[in-house]
Design a protein around this ligand. Structure first.
Ligand SMILES: Cc1cc2nc3c(=O)[nH]c(=O)nc-3n(C[C@H](O)[C@H](O)[C@H](O)COP(=O)(O)OP(=O)(O)OC[C@H]3O[C@@H](n4cnc5c(N)ncnc54)[C@H](O)[C@@H]3O)c2cc1C
Length: 328
């Protein structure tokens, strides 16, 4: 995802760019596969709200270019401690409503704790992730980027004149290898294998993205849920997975499947039938931050920490700007 977004931005600036992907674009062994990801402005920190605000028009531009729906802006809902989000959104001039349980239940088939407050942010929702990946790929190649699939970069070396990657010489390299980034460059990252579950839900149910901190007391982790075309509803528990062996096929964690089933049963009766569970890799950095750094002619782009998809076009622009700086 990040590599394609960066290649697209570099190609659009008129420079030659080559993407090396060791599997095929869209494969399911890394971080960017699947039908949907949450898009939200609602973060506890104004910095992230502001970045999401900057990413939104970039997604809309990609959507216009692709000629198909990539974003479903059905809104986002926060349950639990909502004060930090409320302050951060207000500081950035973003709209939001505070709803009580009865108001929520009137609008969506969602059960929220009695007496609890809910923050609804209308610009959030969810991204059609597989369509977004295809759109970035198509846009990058249309702009002139070359994408070589089935081509691993075993190492990245640099000297004063340029970089060497997979036997090729270039003026700069962007390492955006997701959970494999630490195997190519030094990075204080912890890849984890995360479990995601899918429940049946009628297509006609228009749901916002849900972030539910109230689950933390029992499970230790925040639950999230969002529509997932083809299945219905996707439910996960943020950063709940163990350290990953990135080259092994991860197996879903039975405890997370149990928590997710209990969550769906209690919050969304319409989605209580478990269809399947799968895994996906997080590349966690301390403080859930991203690494967007230039080290001479090598640029490191690790924008995951479990929440990077929504920023992809913005991150791509920033990494492309660092690459331009490297060769200036
Ligand atoms: C379960 C789950 C839920 C998530 N939910 C959300 C969400 O709701 N909202 C949100 O904004 N974000 C979310 N994220 C985070 C988001 O999906 C990631 O931030 C994003 O997909 C990271 O993309 P990436 O390009 O950095 O990594 P990847 O998609 O992993 O891409 C890295 C690519 O590099 C390739 N590669 C690795 N090593 C080499 C090499 N040596 N040579 C050539 N190619 C190589 C890999 O094959 C891979 O295709 C979620 C992530 C997961 C796992």
């Amino acid at each position: 995802m990040v590599g394609l977004a960066t290649a697209r931005a570099i190609a659009r600036s008129g420079r030659a760019v080559l993407v090396l992907e060791r599997h095929r674009i869209g494969h399911d062994r890394a971080s960017s596969h699947g039908a949907s990801r949450i898009f939200r402005l609602s973060y506890p920190e104004p910095e992230w709200v502001s970045l999401a605000q900057q990413a939104l028009p970039l997604w809309l531009a990609l959507e216009a270019e692709a000629g198909e729906r990539l974003l479903n802006l059905t809104g986002s809902i926060d349950l639990g401690a909502i004060e930090p989000q409320r302050h951060a959104l207000a500081a950035c001039g973003a709209a939001f409503d505070i709803l009580d349980a009865a108001e929520v239940e009137l609008r969506w088939p969602l059960v929220v704790p009695a007496g609890g407050q809910v923050l609804f942010q209308p610009d959030g929702g969810w991204i059609r992730a597989d369509a977004a990946l295809r759109a970035l790929h198509a846009s990058a190649t249309a702009a002139g980027a070359e994408v070589l699939e089935g081509t691993p970069a075993e190492e990245v070396t640099s000297d004063a004149g340029g970089v060497r990657v997979a036997g090729l010489r270039a003026r700069a390299a962007v390492v955006a290898a997701g959970a494999w980034t630490p195997s190519l460059v030094e990075l204080d990252a912890r890849p984890t294998v995360e479990t995601v579950t899918f429940f049946s839900l009628e297509d006609s149910v228009e749901l916002p993205a849900v972030l539910d901190q109230t689950t933390s007391a029992q499970t230790g982790f925040e639950a999230y849920a969002l529509p997932s075309p083809g299945d219905g509803l996707k439910v996960g528990f943020h950063a709940s997975g163990p350290s990953a062996d990135v080259d092994a096929c991860g197996r879903p964690d039975a405890a997370v499947v149990e928590w997710a089933t209990a969550w769906a049963t209690s919050r969304l009766a319409a989605a209580s039938r478990l269809l399947r569970a799968e895994t996906c890799l997080y590349t966690g950095l301390p403080g859930e931050r991203f690494a967007l750094e230039r080290r001479g002619r090598v640029i490191v782009g690790s924008a995951c920490s479990g929440h990077g998809f929504k920023f992809a076009p913005l991150v791509g622009d920033r990494l492309a700007a660092l690459a331009a700086e490297a060769i200036a």
